[in-house]
Write a new protein. Sequence first.
Length: 463
Amino acid sequence: SGTIPNNFGQFEKLQGLFLEHNRLVGTVPKAIFRGSGMGARPLPLVQLFLEQNSLSGTLNEGLATLPNLKELYVDGNKFTGVVPDELCTAELNSVFLDDIRASRGCDGICCPANSASREGVAPCTPCPNDGGFHRYMGQHATECYGSMNEEEILDLFFEQTHGDEWLDSSYLWEKGSPACRRKGVECDVAGAGQVTKITLPSLGLRGPLVTELGFLSKLRVLDLPNNQLTGFLPSDLRFLPLEHLDIRGSRVQGVVPPLLCIKEGVNGNGIGPPGVDFNLLYACENIICPRGTYSSIGRASLPENEGEEGIQCLPCYDDQATLYMGRNDCTDISIAGVHIRTADVRRGMTKSIPVVLALAFLAVLSRMKLSGRKSLARTSPRNENIDVDDDGHADDGHEDEDPSPLRLSSLSLQPLTQLWTFAIKEKAQVQSDDDWTAGYSESHSVRPGKKLVELPEVKSQLP
């Protein structure tokens, strides 16, 4: 999952790029056909396979500038608009299409919106009465089917989230029942009676957010916190007039679709006081905290007034934070500036915690005593001839008759941090495949990189 990296534009000899079936989101970067860096030139791509992802946006006519391109497959994504004329006349995909004439038309790239095809390319069957349900280009379908009404969409959502197992039986929706009479659903009564709000918190919803929710054209609030939702955040939500989206505390993976990140109004996205940082004004974090971060509300929040800070998504180092978006808590602890996961503490590091706390107490006590000695040596008239060294030790030429057992002035926070880091390594015995991370320490450990492996052969070979 994720987006297509711009780094591909640096591969000056790249002839085949096969990214199909990878759950990719976002748009096709211009670096794919422009190249990148100084003196960038179009890549020598012959084959570009992008089918069966969740890419969105429109197809850029710049793809037609790839001089060697013979195959371009973009079906099975969420592209809108039309195929640019420059691509339609490029005679692409002739090796795949049964009808050579289709390679000279737009359908040879992908079927237009509101049509259907088994492979997402020619021959395509128009769907004139689908109510705009086939709004993406290159969609795979064996036949045209009509649009779903709101009751059918809610029935599908109920089924996919295991509604018969929801924790509160009073929320159980009867199949086919009027949408506005279902508990947790509110409608625009003054209008056409369409669904405007779905509120189902902490009910044990388990399963994906179905893409068909994007057809609830009046939905403004989707409030589903603290459930067990899985899968990915559908980019189809960008078509809704959403004002509030809350899926914190679930198990949603991947990244926020970029076109949803720039949608104004969702959770206050794009709406802030004068002078707010533009990078915070339109940000994916306003939709949901990315993996590896958390906040008390599972997302960032722009300040309401000028001079305020708002809420930010902060780093988190526990196991769950690295897997899921929208974390609203973090089980890390921090001692002497080192981030420690609670899971590591349970595995045996608790034995070293009392030692570290004791040393920290002695260090503070020693600092207080040394500070008192310096003050006394500088203010007492009896000690005018006494020198005070950098460590705070008074030297009057006589041997100290009362040596202090707490003379630990050489102990500072930096060695203490190093000692704690050493204790972690000895007590926890962190494995090489563990994702433990120590932050803000000068001696933290770094996970070893994974070795590159040879990729399996792709389904289409270079000519």
